[in-house]
Design a protein around this ligand. Sequence first.
Ligand code: XUL
Ligand code: CO
Length: 437
Amino acid sequence: MKSAFPAISKIKYEGASSKNPLAFKHYNADEIVAGKTMRDHLRFAVVYWHTFRGTGSDPFGAGTALRPWDDGTNSVKNAQNRVHAAFEFIEKLGAPYYCWHDRDVAPEGKTLSESNKNFDAVAKVLKEEQQRTGIKLLWGTANAFSNPRYMHGAGTSCNADVFAYAAAQIKKAMEVTHELGGEGYTFWGGREGYMTLLNTDMKRELDHLAKLLHMAVAYKKQIGFKGQFYIEPKPKEPTKHQYDSDSAACLNFLREYDLLPHFKLNIETNHATLAGHTMQHELEVAGAAGALGSIDANTGDELLGWDTDQFPTNIYLTTYTMLAILKYGGLKTGGVNFDAKVRRESFEPVDLFYAHIGGMDAFARGLKIAAAIRKDGRLCDFVKNRYSSWDSGIGAKIESGKATMKELETYILKKGEASPNASGRQEFLENLINEFI
Ligand code: XUL
Ligand code: CO
């Protein structure tokens, strides 16, 4: 097999003073931070779709990406060759995981059985390459949004046959994920939403989506797949409104349909900002519900209102992300998955390396900074002290559920004014964060 990246050797950690653009300055996989190696904290994953299927095309122009290993056809042979290029890339980068959609790795056929046959033929090579390199599948997923049949959605389609097709496709994607030892399986509601409420029976669509997920839970059990299920919130794009719009909406849906025990959330930065939230907010909502599972690490552009899926380089973003992840006990089955693409203008293969190295270094710095902030303790103590009136006396009584309104009335009538508030100290805390950046 010809090398896809002959000019590039394994990316090494060279430390912060290195000027080598093909070296890590901060990500040192074996370095221990807060009791674990950086490798185990961050569990980096490369996505197959953007990194190996992205062409750089946009609504105004054709693809620009140079991918010499790819013959540009939709053949199974080309798909199999591409697997070797992908694993050479991931191995040289030193990422322990990767993720795919079924249709990224293998071409869709004319019938479902032809698609499944293609998928098996490529999965065989994926498995060989996983075994050869030790690279593992973080999660698999089905693309139930690109094919025209899914124009009205998959699980939420108005057409029952389309629902059946989606279920059959997801069944196969779960089987292949299981076969490849995947540690998770993700559901992102690509078109599970609406373009206009004028033609939409929302309640019926939500009931159907829940049915699909319950079927997946049952099938998971049947085949003995132990991986974690994730839902990935996103508010819009491609639809006007997606039912999995943000962490809170996903949690509400999962609770309403008794699915919460079976799912965690896969939170994506650019989806959070499209929902009008920060990544920090989305992680906090998921974490507080015990449902923080994995992250799709990318970023948007402050001046653009769509899902630009850029590689994360902002140290504040990675610091706040890692603060939330550490606070909720770290990533277990999940990982830091680069659901990000190089810009259309960054068309050379080496740009894939620069992009991932930058993202990994940004997260390594975020991890080290977040660990230092936690070790220092002032931030955590400040928050704890801010709520100290709840630790004893009337506060503790309210929290324990033993206080009544009548009793609180008596308490305040006797006390007079409530005890004075303490400052929120936002600026002080922002300065504190900057001490560590
Ligand atoms: C789309 C998106 C997806 C999911 C997997 O915005 O993020 O690629 O991560 O379907
Ligand atoms: Co994503």
